[in-house]
Design a binder for this molecule. Structure first.
Ligand SMILES: *Cc1c(COP(=O)(O)O)cnc(C)c1O
Length: 395
């Protein structure tokens, strides 16, 4: 059996997204900037997709900028807000310790350029407190950036409350909604969002395409100079198929969201209950305020990397921390941010489900994960010390 439980890293494309894309390569291939009618057909396909994405976010189509994905959208949002802040003499940015690296590394770059960055702590439940955001906003704050759903632990942040605070204090609010789109309702008006990042491949669309919602009146500083595409805000011939596929995938994800939620919720609960039965184990992130597709555990006394390799041999594709962190030996910054000690953060496992996950696959996970954890513990010198009482258990 092959069980793909790494949907927070990327998802398979849906049939609807693929079907929408196919004609774009061999029929709708004319350049949307060309004046001939073939080019205008391509331009129309892009505008239809823009209207679909806008409608699903409760935005206007002029407020949607197509990009190459979540990372570009995050970079574009932060760098533009910072540039605007600098012009107004405001050089303080407020964000959190558990953002995606596309945000954190951009903030590092801005710090080197003289911006003052405050990273709010995240609580043990994996949630940011709106009152702490309010308290940390200063007269020179030009931007607040808080992700809508965390990519490692799946916790859903109180984005609407944070947006209302920012609106009242007249500070721009950006949210990285890459893990939220298609999973939780998003409404840029009701949630007082000024900038919002999306990435198609996280909701069964193609890789290499994303969007940035930019509230009317918020000036952008282009990252890519050249032609006048995207109303002069992002140069380069448009990724027609990617844009059309993203709109189809987002439409389908939003349309089926509640039904998928109803089907996945009991599977997620069964997975959490089953893995919680392993001793010296902890669920990462609040149990209820999380997306139904995310299960993330720390198992004391083991290494996440070894766990992943053994699970891979059983046909299980999972993850430990984020795709960017794996491959390095540093424990996940998200697990450290919610207060897990280094030793414990190393032994983490993220199982991320999708609308394609079946009950039989969840049974397979429950059958294979516990014995693999037990096997690794039995081989681990660290676990032997814990069991002998030479070291205290942390979980
Ligand atoms: C995947 C992800 C990104 C990056 O998106 P790409 O399209 O892969 O560049 C940014 N933020 C979050 C929360 C993500 O999960």
């Amino acid at each position: 059996m092959f069980v793909y439980a790494d949907n927070a890293a990327t998802t398979r494309m849906s049939d609807a997204a693929l079907a929408a894309m196919l004609p774009c390569w061999q029929e709708l291939y004319a350049n949307p900037s060309s004046l001939h009618s073939a080019g205008q057909k391509s331009a129309e396909a892009i505008e239809t997709a823009r209207q679909t994405v806008a409608r699903l976010l409760h935005a206007d189509s002029k407020e949607i900028l197509f990009t190459s994905g979540g990372s570009e959208s995050d970079n574009q949002a932060l760098l533009s807000a910072a540039a605007l802040g600098a012009r107004q003499g405001k050089r303080h940015i407020l964000s959190t310790a558990f953002e995606h690296h596309a945000v954190l590394h951009t903030l590092k770059k801005l710090e080197k350029q003289g911006f003052d960055v405050t990273l709010l702590p995240v609580h043990e439940d994996g949630l940011v407190r709106p009152s702490e955001v309010a308290a940390a906003i200063r007269p020179d704050t030009c931007l607040v950036s808080v992700m809508a759903v965390n990519n490692e632990i799946g916790t859903i942040q109180p984005v609407g409350e944070i947006g209302a605070i920012c609106r009242e204090k007249k500070v721009l609010f950006h949210t990285d909604a890459v893990q939220a789109a298609g999973h939780v309702p998003l409404d840029v008006e009701a949630m007082c969002i000024d900038l919002l990042s999306l990435s198609a491949h996280k909701f069964h669309g193609p890789k290499g395409v994303g969007a940035l919602y930019v509230r009317r009146g918020v000036p952008l500083t282009p990252l890519i100079e050249g032609g006048a595409q995207e109303r002069g805000r992002r140069a380069g011939t448009e990724n027609i198929a990617g844009i059309v596929g993203m709109a189809a995938a987002l439409e389908e994800s939003c349309r089926t969201r509640e039904e998928v939620h109803r089907r996945l919720y009991p599977l997620q609960q069964r997975l959490i209950d089953g893995l919680s039965a392993i001793p010296h184990t902890a669920l990462n992130g609040d149990r209820s305020r999380r997306v139904v597709t995310n299960v993330n555990f720390c198992f004391e006394g083991i290494e996440g990397e070894s766990l992943l390799l053994l699970l891979d041999q059983k046909g299980i594709a999972a993850s430990s921390g984020s795709a960017c962190t794996s491959g390095s030996l540093d424990p996940s910054h998200v697990l450290l941010a919610i207060g897990r000690p280094h030793e414990v953060a190393h032994g983490s496992l993220r199982l991320s489900l999708s609308r394609y996950t079946t009950a039989a696959e969840v049974d397979y996970l429950l059958e294979h994960v516990p014995p693999v954890v037990a096997y690794l513990r039995q081989m681990s010198p660290v676990w032997k010390d814990l069991e002998r009482g030479a070291k205290p258990h942390l979980l």
